[in-house]
Design a protein around this ligand. Structure first.
Ligand SMILES: [Zn+2]
Ligand SMILES: [Zn+2]
Ligand SMILES: [Zn+2]
Length: 262
C-alpha cells in the first residue's frame, strides 16, 4: 500500500462541557462578538485520504456536522464517556442511515461498557435490519494500535483526574483532550509530533484538566512544530489569550482546519 499523502484535522468543537457562551452567563467572553469565542463541545474529525474518523460524538454533533459539511464517517474514536463527548451519539443514525452499514466505534474497555449500559435502546436488538432509525453501531474495545482503512490509530492512555481515558495519535498528529496527566509510558507514543492538540482548559488550575500553563509545559517537552489548546472555558478570551502564548502555540476554535504532513 502506498503511504497516505495528507492528513486533515478539523476541530468541530473547542469548548468545555458547558459550551461557550454558557447559558445565562453575561461575562465579556460569553457576550463577545469574536466568533472564535463561541465554542461548541469538544470533538474533531481526522481525514486521511478517503478515510474519515470522528473523535467523540459531542452534544453538538448535529450542528457541527451541518456547519462543517461532515456527511460521512468511517469510524468513531471515543476518548471517554463524559456527557459532552458522548451524548450526541444518537445523531450517528444520520450517518448509518446514509451509509447503510454499521459504524465501528472504538474506545477503552470502560468506555465500551458504559456506552452499552447507557444506551440500551441502541444495542437491544442488533439483528433487526429495519432499525435504521436508530444508530447502527459496533462497539470495539481498543487495546493498542489499530488500522482503520489503512490508517494507523494509536490510542494514548491519559489520566483525566483519576479516570483513565484515551487520546489518539494518527500519523504526526496527537489529539489529547480532557487530560490532567500524561502517564510515563505514554510519552514515548508522542515523540516526533508535527501537530499537538491538547487540553488547556483555562488559566486557573483544575482537578481534571490541564491549565494553560500546564499544557504549555507539555508542549515544551514534546516540541511539536505547532500546538493548539482546546476544551476552553469562558475564562479564555481568544484574541488576548492567544497573543500571550509562545511561538508555535495557538488556541483552537470551532472550524479550525490544519493540514498535517505525514
Ligand atoms: Zn470534556
Ligand atoms: Zn461567561
Ligand atoms: Zn471529560
Amino acid at each position: 500500500m502506498t503511504a497516505p499523502s495528507t492528513l486533515d484535522f478539523l476541530c468541530l468543537g473547542s469548548g468545555t462541557s458547558y459550551g461557550v457562551p454558557m447559558i445565562g452567563c453575561r461575562c465579556p467572553v460569553c457576550r463577545s462578538a469574536d466568533p472564535r469565542n463561541q465554542r461548541t463541545r469538544s470533538s474533531a474529525v481526522v481525514t486521511v485520504d478517503a478515510v474519515t474518523l470522528l473523535i467523540d460524538t459531542s452534544t453538538d454533533l448535529r450542528t457541527q456536522a451541518l456547519r462543517h459539511g461532515v456527511d460521512r464517517v468511517d469510524a468513531v474514536l471515543y476518548t471517554h464517556t463524559h456527557a459532552d463527548h458522548l451524548h450526541g451519539i444518537d445523531d450517528l443514525r444520520s450517518f448509518t442511515l446514509r451509509q447503510r452499514q454499521p459504524l465501528p466505534c472504538y474506545g477503552n474497555a470502560e468506555t465500551i461498557r458504559v456506552i452499552r449500559d447507557r444506551y440500551p435502546y441502541i444495542f437491544a436488538d442488533p439483528e433487526c435490519l429495519l432499525r435504521w432509525s436508530i444508530p447502527r453501531l459496533e462497539l470495539r474495545e481498543l487495546r493498542g494500535p489499530v488500522s482503520l482503512g489503512g490508517v494507523e490509530v494509536v490510542p494514548v492512555p491519559l489520566l483525566h483526574g483519576r479516570l483513565p481515558i484515551y487520546g489518539f495519535r494518527i500519523g504526526r498528529l496527537a489529539y489529547l483532550t480532557d487530560c490532567s496527566e500524561i502517564p510515563y509510558a505514554s510519552w514515548a507514543l508522542l515523540e516526533g509530533l508535527h501537530t499537538l492538540v491538547i487540553d488547556g482548559l483555562r488559566p486557573q488550575p483544575h482537578e481534571t484538566h490541564f491549565s494553560i500553563a500546564q499544557a504549555l509545559e507539555v508542549v515544551a517537552r514534546l516540541r511539536p512544530a505547532q500546538a493548539f489548546l482546546t476544551h476552553l472555558t469562558h475564562d479564555v478570551d481568544h484574541g488576548p489569550t492567544e497573543a500571550q502564548l509562545p511561538p508555535g502555540v495557538r488556541l483552537a476554535y470551532d472550524g479550525l482546519r490544519v493540514k498535517v504532513p505525514f
